[in-house]
Ligand binder design. Structure first.
Ligand SMILES: Nc1ncnc2c1ncn2[C@@H]1O[C@H](COP(=O)(O)OP(=O)(O)O)[C@@H](O)[C@H]1O
Ligand SMILES: [Mg+2]
Length: 431
């Protein structure tokens, strides 16, 4: 034992060993690309694919953004006609930041000045608004205000030197006359401080009272308005809340089409429909599956994405799944002999659901578990779904009671529904 030699974890590399992995990112110097072939699969195909399908990045521009026309219209009406401030909320990965970006793009093309501020957990009112006012130049004041404050170059200089709050902010912003400014405050769900939430509410009220030429768009993860900004009945009439739902199938098809034209790839009909059905309304997941399957098609030297590429992509999605999701799934289904909880999870993931992902035991009872159309009984499901809300079963589901007394469930974890379907796809004959 004692004289056993330690074994190296890996064989030492030899001089002639395999080359190190290389980045595939194209070089920044465009002249360096000249010698590449120009066919559909030249070196730019990868880069174009990554630009077209971006699971980890919000869309910045409308040309890459699909659907959501009603939401864009709702926000524009709120700002232009109702002179209201806007709160955009919804689940993670549903497209809130992308929507805010596209609104910013469109507003900047007309007379609005758009500024953004992403929030961190410990950001303060003063940090948000000092930075904001520093970006408003004195040219935005009218002539008389500039005459009164000749030394002022930007609005921050209108604030007192020490600390300040909503009142001082409102005074400073009352000088804003020549431009209409939109401030996008993103990731507001990260904010822990109730004080900041109260100060923001007070500011919204004050600014609405003086009809200041400024609009806030507050964005964050939440299931309802109060959860994001706190309970403030006095500002409800100055706010328009947009709860962003899951995307409809036609919107997801449009998302894929937009990506197709940006990447030069083509998804055949069966593959496109499969992506739509596995994404279950979540644009993040559609982007992920399109990117991965597109990559497999390119590896085969093809610009046409087919079912075989999607199959490979799904294996990769499973391999790279968030360990928390995988662990919750294992907790929910562990140790069973007859696969009952696996069936329950499948029925929950596959059944119809409302715009925000909620479903009932009746919905789950309608799901065929296999090609023999086997289904779970509704009574059985009532009990089984309820147990899936318990911590010892991974707390996969969350229970809600609607005002009419119906019990509804949602998945706790944003991508659990998709994970279940991908994980069970082969055994259920979905792919
Ligand atoms: N309308 C859309 N069209 C195309 N892709 C979208 C759309 N909305 C969101 N996405 C994609 O979905 C993912 C999540 O979007 P994001 O805006 O970051 O969501 P959130 O801010 O709600 O977490 C990103 O990959 C983004 O590119
Ligand atoms: Mg976001």
């Amino acid at each position: 034992m004692g004289n056993a030699k330690p074994t190296p974890l890996r064989a030492a590399p030899t001089e002639s060993g395999d080359a190190l992995p290389q980045f595939k990112t194209p070089p920044l110097d465009p002249t360096a690309r000249r010698d590449r072939p120009n066919g559909p699969l030249d070196g730019d195909s990868q880069a174009k694919l990554w630009e077209a399908f971006t699971p980890t990045k919000p869309k910045r521009w409308s040309r890459y953004f699909a659907g959501r026309r009603w939401a864009i219209q709702r926000v524009i009406t709120a700002i232009e006609e109702e002179q209201a401030h806007v709160v955009i909320f919804g689940a993670r990965g549903i497209g809130k930041t992308s929507l805010a970006n596209v609104l910013a793009e469109s507003a900047s093309q007309v007379e609005y000045q758009v500024l953004r501020c992403p929030c961190s957990a410990d950001i303060t009112f003063e940090e948000i608004f000092r930075g904001f006012l520093r970006n408003l130049p004195s040219e935005f004041m009218d002539r008389s205000a500039r005459a009164k404050n000749p030394a002022v170059e930007h609005f921050e200089q209108l604030l007192p030197r020490g600390s300040f709050g909503p009142t001082e902010m409102t005074v400073a912003l009352s000088y804003l006359k020549l431009e209409h400014v939109i401030l996008i405050i993103d990731e507001f769900d990260r904010v822990n401080s109730d004080q900041l939430k109260n100060q923001l509410a007070e500011t919204i009220k004050n600014l609405s009272d003086i009809s200041a030429r400024i609009t806030f768009i507050v964005v964050g993860i939440a299931q309802n308005l109060d959860e994001l900004i706190g309970k403030h009945p006095s500002i409800q009439r100055h706010l328009v809340a947009v709860h962003l739902p899951l995307m409809e199938a036609p919107e997801l098809r449009a998302l894929i089409e937009v990506g197709e034209s940006a990447s030069g790839m083509h998804f055949d009909d069966a593959t496109r429909e499969s992506v739509v059905s596995f994404a279950k309304g979540l644009p993040y997941y559609a982007q992920l599956m399109c990117l991965y399957s597109g990559r497999h098609a390119l590896e085969r030297g093809s610009a046409a994405v087919e079912m075989q590429d999607l199959r490979e992509a799904m294996a990769q999605v499973l391999n790279e799944a968030d360990p928390v999701t995988a662990a919750m799934y294992d907790m929910a289904t562990q140790g069973e002999r007859n696969g009952f909880m696996t069936d329950v999870m499948f029925a929950a993931a596959r059944c119809r659901f409302d715009r925000f992902g909620a479903f009932t035991a009746t919905d789950a009872a309608d799901v065929s578990l296999d090609t023999d159309e086997r289904k779970l009984r509704e009574l059985t499901l009532h009990k089984a779904l309820s147990t899936l809300t318990l911590p010892q079963n991974g707390a996969v589901l969350e229970k809600h009671r609607t005002p009419s007394g119906t019990t509804k469930y949602t998945f706790q974890h944003q991508t659990m529904r998709q994970y279940i379907l991908v994980r069970q796809a082969r055994q259920r004959g979905l792919i």
